[in-house]
Design a protein around this ligand. Structure first.
Ligand code: ACO
Length: 428
């Protein structure tokens, strides 16, 4: 703060607006008084130039390819930390010491079970239901089961709801998978890590013991870390907007899941893998590159491009390395990995992609890894939702505790009919 004000002149009248600075990143012009001063709104569909809130959680520099959680670079967290530690960091602002991390991990594992009646809720879905449809429904339904953590004005209840959501998402996700393949639900085992427990609930069966593969567990934990938060993206903004009306946290997270489902957002890794399978072999890549460049063809290279990153997505680098490790460990020889690597090289050197600053994003390689681990493509966005729940609850808590918080209510530029009188149907 303390910067020179921004002056706006409209129809000969000048008005001044405070310029605010964060700790890093572009300044913002505080236009809250704009309408009062000028009678005009701003127009910014897609919020490309609008900061919707003040936040201390995640910082992205899209031009430089930087992603920091509470100041810590994503590659350091992915390589050296654990998903539970990152969850604590995002929620509380600081890395925990050893006893605090142990207490937090224990607290989360004590909440992994679902109310038994929720199992019957699953049986209402068709077996071929998309697991994201099940996730939206079941997470929304949590508010009907956990009444003692829906008072958003009580910080303790907010924290209990946050822990419940983080803890129950793996159970909900694994049950969605089990339901689709017709296998019995597996109860959580709290002796395992957060990620190991999720793998067992997903791939274990009651008929034989399940041994968690440490390489797969580590890769999965990295994938969760890489998806944990991403500042004010579409689904997080949805959670904040839903929460701004005072809606309970379970309903808000269900809204976030609905937004994440779209192919331009969380659905992109599913779309990226489907695209790689469709391309199939390296010799067909030029055909698809040509289609991506053709203005008359709606086809886009899935897993490429990002609203914020105009450089290599730092998460994609970790993802590529993890893909190598997992495929080697599992002995998977999948030709789509060759297609992915070759496609990346061709696109990175093609003037169309270079000029538009289109680089691989986090979704480009994650599908290859998840498929090698054994997840069907329909589960990919579910895994994203599981991990992003941490970011959603951290951002939701931050919003509720913010004294500047108001109900989110954008304005519009109206271009429809002006006043006209109703005409009876027989006279039209
Ligand atoms: N393939 C081909 N061309 C592309 C691609 C792509 N993947 N992405 C953008 N472009 C082109 C657009 O056609 C446009 O060209 P033009 O300027 O000649 O009209 C230009 O690049 C800018 O694209 P916009 O859509 O305006 O950029 P925006 O920031 O709105 O979109 C988005 C970002 C939605 C991610 C886009 O790049 C896309 O659709 N990518 C594919 C889907 C994807 O991978 N999504 C995952 C995002 S990451 C995540 O959610 C975790």
């Amino acid at each position: 703060m303390g910067k020179e004000a921004a002056r706006l002149e409209l129809a000969g009248n000048a008005s001044d607006y405070k310029v605010m600075s964060g700790t890093v990143g572009p300044d913002v012009i505080d236009i809250r008084k704009l309408y009062g001063n000028t009678g005009a709104f701003t127009f910014d569909p897609g919020f490309t130039s609008t900061a919707s809130c003040e936040s201390k959680i995640t910082y992205i520099d899209g031009d430089e390819g930087v992603l920091l959680h509470r100041g810590y670079p994503i590659d350091q967290l992915a390589e050296q930390s654990s998903f539970m530690e990152v969850a604590y960091l995002l929620l509380n602002g600081e890395l925990p010491n050893k006893p605090t991390l142990e207490t937090f991990t224990r607290t989360i594992s004590r909440h992994t079970m679902l109310h038994e009646q929720l199992a019957t809720f699953y049986r209402g879905f068709r077996r071929d239901a998309h697991p994201m449809a099940i996730m939206c429904g079941v997470v929304g339904a949590l508010s009907a089961f956990y009444h003692d953590s829906t008072d958003i004005n009580d910080p303790h209840q907010r924290m209990v709801a946050s822990h419940r959501l983080i803890a129950k998402m793996p159970t909900i996700a694994a049950m969605a998978y089990k339901y689709s393949v017709g296998q019995p639900f597996i109860y959580p085992d709290n002796n395992l890590s957060y990620t190991g427990n999720f793998l067992r609930m997903t791939f274990g069966v009651p008929a034989e013991p399940y041994v968690v593969d440490p390489v797969v567990e580590d890769a999965m934990d990295k994938i969760f870390i890489l998806h944990a938060d991403h500042e004010q993206n579409a689904s997080t903004s949805t959670v904040r907007l839903a929460g701004s009306s005072g809606a309970n946290p379970f309903a808000c997270i269900a809204a976030g899941i609905a937004c994440l489902w779209g192919p331009a957002h969380g659905g992109a890794n599913e779309a990226a893998l489907n695209m790689l399978r469709e391309i199939g072999t390296v010799d067909r890549i030029p055909e698809y590159i040509a289609r991506a460049k053709d203005k008359n063809d709606p086809f886009r290279l899935m897993g490429f491009g990002h609203r914020v990153y105009k450089n290599y997505d730092p998460r994609a680098k970790v993802m590529q390395k993890t893909a190598n490790e997992v495929l080697e460990r599992l002995g998977v020889k999948d030709p789509i990995f060759d297609v992915a690597r070759e496609l990346e090289q061709i696109a990175l050197n093609d003037p169309y992609f270079v000029e538009k600053k289109l680089y691989p994003n986090v979704d480009f390689y994650s599908g290859v890894i998840l498929s090698a681990i054994g997840f069907p493509t329909t589960m990919f966005t579910v895994l994203f939702a599981l991990a992003r729940t941490v970011g959603w609850v951290a951002q939701w808590n931050e919003m509720i505790s913010d004294p500047e918080q108001k109900i989110g209510r954008p304005r519009q530029l109206y271009t429809g009919a002006t006043h006209r009188d109703y005409v009876a149907v027989e006279k039209r």
